[in-house]
Design a protein around this ligand. Sequence first.
Ligand code: ZN
Length: 557
Amino acid sequence: MKKQTRANNFKPAATTGKPAANTGKQDLSIFALPQQTGKKKSKAATRGKVAVIYTRVSTKEQAETNQSLETQLKHCRAYAERHGYEVVETFGGTYESAKSDERKEFKVMLDFVKKSRHNIGHIIVYSHDRFSRSGSSAIHIIDQLSQLGISVVAVTQPMDTMTSSGKLQQGIHLLFSQFDNDQRREKCVTGMEAKIRKGYLMGKAPIGYDQYKVNGEQVIKPNKTTGKLIRLAFQLKAEQGLSNTDIIKRLKAQGLSLYNQTLTKIFRNPFYCGLITHGLLEEGEVIEGRHEPLISRDLFLRVNGLQAQNAHGYTQVKEDEHLPLRHHIKCGSCNKPLTGYEMKKKGIHYYKCNTKGCCLNRNAGKMHELYQGLLKEYQIDPILLPQVQEMMGQVFKRLSQDHEQEEKRLKLQLTELKKKLDTLERRYAYGEIDREIFSKFSAELKAEMREIEVNLEKLSGPLSNHKMLLENGLKMMLNLSSSWGKADASKRRRLQALVFPEGVQYDREKEAYRTQRVNSFFGLASEISQKMGQKERGKSSGETDFSLLVARRGIEL
Ligand SMILES: [Zn+2]
């Protein structure tokens, strides 16, 4: 009974007549628009209120407990019901670390939407970052969809995507969710790198060591028995030249069983002589650890001298100086990261693909030149700097407003849920409901609250120092290409990773780079700069004109 009255409250328009049904709301926005977008509009209007729902979760944990997916689905369904959408299909159910799965499901959904005979007009998602986590490609997809008259509706960020300003706003949302992700990951990664550089081990200590915490601080100490045996293994190898099999036998007799593979790994791990290596450090870079070494460095080197044929050395630093793009460039044919080498006689460096039969082999100097050309495409024209800065400032302001709104909304939700939980507890205390019902609903409420808390946490942070970020970022973009050219190898690598976090591909037929993911800040700023440049030169045209979109929103240029 109660449910029914509630449902009715959501449809006040039903009593007043037709306007809210069908396309009434969209028609109003058409009136608000200048005429040049009218063409698209009529096409869009032919699609009705047929929709699909797409859900996506961001962590494995969420995927496994299914909490978030269910919540998303629930909200999406409720939204659809409230706004009179007819949902013909739902998609989703994978988490984003399972990248290929996610992409598959996303693709299946897109294909369905494009080809379905249901004439689908809308894709309903929980929020824009659920649609796709790669902002700029998502914008591209949304653009394509809108050409077909299909719009993406975010339940928690409702905006009219049929208007240009709505589209811009949506675009910014998408870019921002990616920007946000970048920031968070960067923060996390730099924090970790800093710790490693201070000599802390990230992860599990190898066999021979005990690892525990004292007052929250990590302590790593040699284990009295296994530590001694590991040291013995090194000594047997270096001083008596025993084979791994013989060493394993000796250790086993003293109570330590090891596989051959494990022993090989142990011999190659410089942790035992007090050093730390990590994937986040430069290749070949080692850091003085905070832990007590089990063996001397001399012993470590001697052991690795003995097994030089399979030792992965830690002495390649010099070579890297000339090959900063190693691993950053991927082969366009097989997608393997390129490696590099030096033709010793002539002192010339090359990049190459190691895949059998691929035969990609390029002069490093030429590849660097080409790379500088690529970076040039992301530079902004100094003349346009004040304008770009102004626009990006507006974008950031807009985003922080959105953040604030979202924060408010989430906090409100949280209070509501707390109230519900209170009521539930009270009713249970008074014996009005039994234990089973109480635990079922309180678990549900708590799960929902936890999720909101997680989302709230995500909102805090990255925007707080946006002014500095903006200024420094744009300054950097004025001479991206020459800064890279002048920098040393490790700076170059940092810059590369910042602009193209997933590296670039080299297309050998076109002799050009293909970019994969571009840092959204650089992407957006360079796009604005280009659009503005076109405008200056009088080439701007119609709908994709950024400045026009902004002017329409009342921002002076
Ligand atoms: Zn290849």
